[in-house]
Write a protein that binds this ligand. Structure first.
Ligand SMILES: [Fe+2]
Ligand SMILES: [Fe+2]
Ligand SMILES: [Fe+2]
Length: 347
């Protein structure tokens, strides 16, 4: 844990997250320059620090300025607007002088005030709405979040993407309305977003978890609920955060038993994908074994029998679809993973 801005900036983890962000955005938005903004967003303006001839755009320095204000606020909760401005002046050599001066001469006080009193949150989604379809769509952002979770958990599986594709296909079999389908798509993509708050040692542990570790792991459903509460969209929130609830009330985190069709679909898709995928400690199970496990869960009243029936009826197609998703991304991921290691070696 780091307790000061100085230590934060000097840690290797900071450089690593710049590279990881660069790699992620290069994958998700290959035609955009956003990845370059991220690669250098902790760099000092006039230091000629270029990795592998990737140019250092001005935008990265603008992100650095905004990032520094936010981080300063995190480490100095009682800070005033003037404290932040003094801090920026102290480290002014880090920023493009034209940009910093223009910022300080015009809207700095208001922008910093918005950060300190958190009123920026109100305008945030309005501004994201403006961005939508011009630079990046909301769906791109959601896909990006799902992908970050998948990379954090296990780079060789695309769990959230697979659960979402499987859920959407099941949703089509049940003739969900357009709205229900859209909610199902977003909710299933984000169902494990709470894993962002689970320690890597547990997420990436090879082999089964101990009882204590499993209790910590279970918290991800609570974190998913807390994170997505910000969306203020009840259906998406429930579809995502109820994926470990069981129809007999023995699931977690809330022990609910009354679930909607979309919630039941994601709960089944989550188990189906986990069973067919290879993990560090197990191979993917055979079709017979997967059907046996799903049927047992349905018979015990844990998951919905009708949804399981649809999975069994369409098993070969669902499995093929998941394999295609894996081969679609696998080569690209291997290339990006090699580039990630190459950039890390240049630090
Ligand atoms: Fe950063
Ligand atoms: Fe989960
Ligand atoms: Fe999951």
């Amino acid at each position: 844990m780091c307790d000061s801005l100085d230590k934060y900036e000097k840690g290797n983890a900071v450089k690593e997250h710049c590279i990881l962000g660069y790699i992620l955005f290069k994958f998700l938005l290959p035609k955009s320059d956003i990845c370059k903004f991220i690669l250098y967003h902790h760099n000092t303006y006039d230091v000629d620090y270029i990795i592998n001839d990737i140019e250092n755009p001005l935008e990265s320095n603008i992100i650095k300025l905004a990032d520094d204000i936010s981080i300063y606020n995190i480490f100095n909760r009682q800070a005033s607007v003037n404290d932040v401005i003094d801090f920026l002046n102290e480290i002014s050599y880090m920023y493009n002088p034209n940009y910093l001066n223009r910022f300080l001469d015009t809207n700095a006080k208001m922008a910093i005030e918005n950060v300190l009193n958190e009123s920026y949150k109100e305008n945030f989604w309005k501004e994201v709405d403006l961005l939508n379809y011009k630079v990046i769509t909301i769906e791109d952002i959601i896909l990006c979040l799902a992908f970050i979770i998948d990379c954090k958990c296990d780079i060789t599986n695309f769990h959230s993407l697979s659960v979402s594709n499987t859920s959407c296909m099941l949703g089509k079999y049940f003739n969900l309305s357009e709205n229900e389908y859209y909610n199902l798509k977003i909710g299933s993509l984000l169902h494990d977003i709470g894993k962002i708050a689970i320690p890597n040692e547990i997420l990436k542990k090879e082999g089964p978890l101990t009882k204590a570790e499993f209790e910590i792991m279970k918290q991800h459903a609570v974190y998913t609920y807390e994170i997505l509460s910000n969306l203020k969209h009840e259906h998406i929130l429930n579809i995502a955060s109820n994926h470990h609830e069981k129809l007999n009330g023995k699931g977690y985190p809330r022990g609910l038993s009354d679930l909607t069709l979309s919630e039941k679909i994601v709960a089944v898709a989550d188990i189906f994908v986990a069973l067919i995928q290879k993990r560090s400690y197990k191979d993917g199970f055979s079709k017979d074994k997967v059907i046996e496990i799903l049927s047992n869960c349905a018979n015990k009243g844990e998951i919905d029998g009708e949804v399981v029936k649809k999975v069994i009826e369409n098993y070969d197609y669902l499995e093929k679809m998941n394999n295609q998703l894996y081969s679609l991304y696998n080569d690209e991921i291997t290339l990006l993973y090699n580039e990630y290691n190459n950039l890390l070696s240049k630090l």
